[in-house]
Design a protein around this ligand. Structure first.
Ligand code: SF4
Ligand code: SF4
Length: 185
């Protein structure tokens, strides 16, 4: 039997004479289970429904939410050998996190100045990761361990009660002044 196919490596149409043609079975993501997990923990997914790693080369088994790792067919169709290798990598990454007594957080996280907060809930609704909440004092609070530092809440707060560390308003205004100094003279 002649089998014609396109070789993606050679980028050419090939034809071979084969005794047997074995096609691999298609695989689809577990839409229901993955959707629930993604909604609860705010985990990103690909258009095909698989979980999306943080960085394909630098963090291939880490999910963008700290403490979450991905391996096997939750990440995409792959062989058992690949799944095992990825599972070992994910276990190694988890081990490095668990072995530490102290975990350093990123410095660029949002902080609320309680005195200015009017508890309007805009930041609570705006945060894509559901981080801000109204605390016992009746003001918004942001857990730095959960904050991704996107700055959406700081931009949305009408009372200017939220500052993104390392990108505070006075910091940015000073930079802008310095930048425009020579231009506006
Ligand atoms: S948006 Fe600003 S004023 Fe409103 S709850 Fe959040 S921090 Fe407070
Ligand atoms: S900086 Fe982004 S992730 Fe952090 S609390 Fe604000 S909106 Fe949420």
């Amino acid at each position: 039997m002649d089998v014609a196919f396109r070789d993606p490596v050679l980028a050419r149409e090939l034809k071979v004479c084969a005794d047997c043609l074995a096609l691999s079975t298609g695989l689809v993501a577990d839409e229901e289970g993955a959707e629930d997990l993604a909604m609860i923990f705010r985990l990103p997914r690909t258009p095909d429904g698989y979980f999306l790693e943080d960085h394909v080369k630098l963090r291939p088994v880490d999910l963008p939410v700290p403490g979450f790792f991905v391996a096997g067919t939750a990440h995409g169709p792959k062989t058992i050998r690949e799944s095992i290798a990825q599972g070992q990598a994910a276990a190694g990454r988890a081990q490095t996190m668990l072995a530490r007594n102290v975990i350093n957080l990123g410095a660029a996280v949002a902080r609320v100045e309680g005195k200015k907060c009017a508890a309007c809930l805009i930041c609570v609704r705006a945060c894509p990761f559901d981080v801000p909440f109204i605390n016992a004092e009746g003001t918004s609070e942001i857990d730095p361990a959960k904050c991704h530092g996107c700055g959406i809440c700081a931009a949305a707060c009408p009372a200017k009660a939220i500052q993104l560390m390392q990108y505070e308003d006075d910091h940015l205004m000073a930079k802008l002044d310095g930048l425009l100094e020579g231009v506006l003279r």
